[in-house]
Design a protein around this ligand. Structure first.
Ligand code: CUA
Length: 350
């Protein structure tokens, strides 16, 4: 049945559990609405004939629907819409909740190409290699305008925003080569902004990654240039430390846990911070990058809004390097911040 409807709708193959679940909901909605539309159409045709005007003196009677009709008209559509919500919402939550231990890949959209970078190297252009059967988390950003990462076989689409990291994740079922598109009109090269998703058997992927990193280690003597080449440096953390010092971040943020002009970076990642308005946020990649680009937007309670924006000053790879640096600043035993247990389940714990 699944294959039949998929074929009828010309949909690409389903590469993940998520893709199958999305399709099932899609098929359910489309079948229900088609049946309802056919019913409405058939009723209309029947009424045209049954209640046609038979003579010049015919008067259309005024019909008032009974309570039971009202209940059916409102209740039946409402039931289906709520049912679709009840099925779709857990799917959405799942999509926002990468499993712990997922492999991170940084994705950068740029007019008009996709760049992929693995922490620890290597990086690649337009080709995203992932292992089959293992969860992969994508941290997505853009260097210029809004793009949208779209992998039809995974039923996955996520906007790539300049100055922000958005995330999504997937576990690809089986090896093969699949398409990656940009799904946000981003200029004249939009339709050519194509990528390939290459799913490899897990052991082959491990061998490929090790091989790539050996090559990078040998090429280490060649110092990485600023910005562009940063992600190919085998150590994002060291690069983040360098950029943070060069940009003056460390004049206000301590890396020893002490309070300064801004919050300390030690144990900052995944900390629950209270904002000025009393709202609690979890410091994840999205919050960190947002705070670099728009520092006043979600100000931590007890601090002044004095940080300048780094929008345009930090390239996406530099912002990513600083995020990785902040993530590395952990005290093993001591946990700072309110200890109310895990923030919420969807935040991956390292
Ligand atoms: Cu990038 Cu469309």
């Amino acid at each position: 049945m699944n294959e039949l409807i998929r074929g009828l709708l010309f949909l690409p193959e389903q590469l993940s559990e998520h893709a199958r679940a999305v399709d099932q909901l899609h098929f359910f909605i489309i079948t229900t609405t088609m049946v309802a539309a056919a019913g409405v159409f058939a009723t209309a045709i029947y009424f045209f004939v049954r209640y046609r005007r038979r003579s010049e003196t015919d008067v259309t009677p005024h019909v008032t629907p009974t309570a039971i009709h009202e209940v059916l008209f409102i209740g039946v559509p409402l039931f289906f819409f709520l049912l679709w919500f009840a099925i779709g919402f857990p799917l959405y939550v799942n999509l926002q909740s990468p499993p712990p231990g997922a492999m991170d890949v940084y994705v950068q959209g740029k007019k008009w190409m996709w760049k992929f970078a693995y922490p620890g190297g290597p990086n690649s252009l337009d080709v995203l290699r992932v292992p089959a059967g293992r969860p992969v988390r994508l941290l997505i950003t853009s260097r210029d305008v809004i793009h949208s990462f779209f992998a039809p076989a995974l039923r996955l689409k996520q906007d790539a925003l300049p100055g922000r990291y958005t995330q999504t994740w997937f576990t690809a079922d089986r090896p093969g080569t699949y398409e990656i598109f940009c799904a946000e009109f981003c200029g004249i090269g939009h339709s050519a902004m194509l990528g390939r998703l290459v799913v490899m058997p897990a052991d082959e992927f491990d061998a490929w990654l090790a091989e790539q990193r050996r090559g990078l280690a040998q090429a280490q003597d060649a110092a990485p240039g600023p910005g562009e080449a940063v992600l190919s440096a085998s150590n994002l953390v060291a690069e983040g430390q360098r950029v943070a010092a060069a940009q003056g971040c460390l004049k206000c943020h301590s890396v020893d846990g002490s309070r300064h002009i801004g919050p300390t970076w030690v144990d900052l990642y995944l900390r629950r911070e209270k904002l000025k308005g009393g709202e609690i946020v979890v410091v994840d990649e999205a919050y960190l990058t947002k705070s670099m680009m728009d520092p006043g937007a979600q100000l931590v309670d007890g601090y002044q809004n004095v940080m300048p924006t780094f929008q345009g000053k930090l390239s996406p790879p530099e912002a990513a390097a600083i995020v990785e640096y902040i993530k590395s600043l952990k005290t093993p035993a001591v946990r700072s911040g309110p200890s109310e247990g895990p923030a919420y389940e969807s935040i991956p714990r390292k």
